[in-house]
Design a protein around this ligand. Structure first.
Ligand code: 7TS
Length: 408
């Protein structure tokens, strides 16, 4: 596990952590919304624009070749990080949302027919609900939802009962952004495949907290966002098995995704370019590659251990507060603590914490259905990254106790 000294060193890598908010040291506990960026990632982007900004895949000149190489190196870094078999199984997208929309518009449009069923879970972020809902409306298909128990854990036996010969696709979140539940995706993928059903994993909240090996998992597709992994916003990726990608139609069309174009006919490019129309976020992709390298240099296992320690510490400390209720008490959780505090509205809590320089998220966290499942409209959510400290959690606890004193 990372020592206190190592964490203080790591914190120096993230320049924003030195910011003062209303003259107080920033405590950034909104990492599930987006993570902060280390200086090396910021430098990598500056380096691109300063020294070799140029378009990729089309120039014979030196800058374009350098940009192309670095962009493709970033793809290979992602491939190795999630242990994909081929680099062309990694498609750069804007993030998890665009990756799921891509799948709905291509794989979904191609394979879902009238009366078919798509299974998702009660824990999904809107990004893994709305695209499927719209697809179901277009195709006259049905969206089926795996229920959860009162701890926020999926009911696996219920899930098994929901599978029928109408089930044509499963799309499931790995780690819930609003409750922190880690779903047993390996088991669920095996169940899906025993019925020959393809399965998509939404790894937006897991890629930064758990090790992902797509070959060991055997998932068919997996989506993630770079900005939740210390990389810039506007870049993410879609992993898919090559044979599935090969049989899918393109998503957006235009430059770079073609081999030849005449006014009569267009022949599409090979993977991965078939799914990367137009000029991509080159600097973002290179930044994402650098972020992965940064995490690997620290040691992902060290990060995971420390984050687990931090979550346990935060859970213990928050539970000491009279009238605080944690929403989401699954046995296996990652880096997210959602809670209610007596009958104080989460937006009031968020505003009062902000006055203390503490950034948390309040609201439904773009996962309204799971809020309704717990009969609430909103929670206050503290979400952690490996640069957070026990002292920061102590400050959160102290601020929450002061809020209670203010209201009661
Ligand atoms: N899936 C999950 C599980 C998420 O948590 C999010 C974003 C997305 C998909 C969409 O990711 P994007 O990068 O394409 O926007 N979750 C959150 C959140 O919890 N707070 O802000 C964004």
């Amino acid at each position: 596990m990372l020592s206190t000294e190592q964490i203080s060193q790591i914190r120096k890598d993230f320049p924003i952590l030195k910011e003062k908010i209303y003259n107080k040291n920033l405590v950034y506990l909104d990492n599930a919304a987006t993570t902060q960026k280390p200086q090396c990632v910021i430098d990598e982007i500056i380096n691109f624009y300063t020294h070799y900004n140029s378009n990729i895949h089309r120039g014979v000149h030196a800058l374009s070749q350098k940009a192309t190489n670095e962009y493709e190196n970033a793809r290979c870094r992602i491939q190795k990080f999630i242990n994909a078999k081929h680099s062309e199984e990694i498609i750069f997208t804007r993030g998890a949302t665009e990756s799921i929309n891509l799948l709905a518009a291509t794989f979904g449009m191609q394979n879902i027919k009238e009366n078919d069923e798509i299974i998702i879970s009660h824990l999904e972020h809107h990004a893994n609900i709305v695209p499927w809902q719209i697809l179901c409306q277009k195709k006259n298909a049905k969206l089926i939802v795996i229920p959860v128990n009162n701890n926020g854990e999926l009911l696996i036996d219920e899930f098994k009962k929901l599978i029928t010969n109408k089930t044509k696709l499963i799309s499931l979140v790995h780690v819930s952004n609003s409750l922190g539940t880690i779903n047993p995706i390996k088991e669920i993928i095996q169940i899906a495949h025993s019925h020959n059903i393809p399965i998509i994993i939404d790894a937006a909240q897991s890629i930064q907290h758990t090790k992902i090996d797509v070959q060991a998992l055997d998932c068919d597709f997996l989506v993630a966002s770079g900005h939740k992994f210390y990389a810039p916003t506007g870049i993410g990726f879609l992993y898919g098995k090559k044979n599935l990608f090969d049989n899918m139609p393109p998503y957006q069309t235009g430059g770079d995704m073609i081999l030849t174009v005449s006014f009569n006919k267009t022949i599409f490019n090979e993977l991965p370019y078939k799914f990367e129309a137009g000029t991509p976020d080159i600097a973002g992709a290179i930044g994402l590659g650098r972020a992965i390298q940064y995490v690997q240099d620290i040691g992902f296992d060290n990060i995971i251990d420390y984050e687990n320690h931090l979550l346990n510490y935060a859970t213990e400390q928050l539970l000491q507060i009279d009238g605080l209720k944690i929403i989401g008490t699954a046995k296996h959780k990652a880096s997210v603590l959602s809670f209610s505090l007596r009958d104080i509205h989460p937006h009031d809590i968020g505003t009062l914490l902000d006055n203390e320089g503490i950034a948390v998220r309040t609201g439904h966290h773009c996962s309204e259905p799971i809020m309704h499942r717990f009969d609430i409209d909103a929670t206050t959510r503290a979400s952690f990254a490996f640069y957070n400290t026990e002292e920061e959690i102590d400050r959160l606890v102290k601020a929450l106790k002061n809020i209670i004193n203010l209201f009661y």
